[in-house]
Design a protein around this ligand. Sequence first.
Ligand code: E4P
Length: 237
Amino acid sequence: MELFIDTANLEEIKEAASWGVISGATTNPKIFSKEREIGDFRKKILQIMEIGDFPLSVETTAEDYLGMVEEAKEYASWHQNIVIKIPMGIEGLKAVNILEKEENVKTNVTAIMATNQAILASLAGATYASIFYGRVADCGYDPITVIKDTSQLFAAKNIKTKIIVGSIRNMLDINKALLAGAHIVTVPFQFLKKMAVNLKTEATIKEFNDIWKDMREKGLVRLRTEKRVPILTLVNR
Ligand code: E4P
């Protein structure tokens, strides 16, 4: 079980990485657009890569397979941990086939809505297949069924492609995706924070800390490093 972070924001990636809970990051053009001005794209990608030793998915936007391959080779040449997100489709499959089998470039086939598509992505050689939980549900289909069928099939046939679930819209999506067999869920930072914080947990910790503070104030407990004030000193004052 792994979590990736679904963002291109440096501070969010740094913060989540410092918790020790993420093992990768995913982006797409829409995610980058949230960063307002990116400027030099290569520089931005390399800044993310400096944060840690983890795979970062960067998406191609060309519409034909040769364009995708060219774009992918350019991005992949920037850093060894870059994984190329290739859109699901006929052109995308052709690009994955070349990148994985001839160019030694890792791919993440993205925008998968059905198990049929995940099967094709794996056969083309994709390292990752990204199923879009929220967008599958937008179509009126059950993302759990798609994830479960794909994961059972991949396990039964010993397929190495890892299932990433993205397009997370709420906290429960994360648990359900993992329970359904996702190897990885890529989570926006706002949900990672919500996973860590719970009002009942905070109230409980405050209750314990307040009791301890009260005991210390009353002199009922001392830390070993705290020195006792000698009684003579007090008398002489
Ligand atoms: C991750 O790989 C996807 O690009 C992302 O989760 C898509 O999310 P969205 O459906 O909210 O755009």
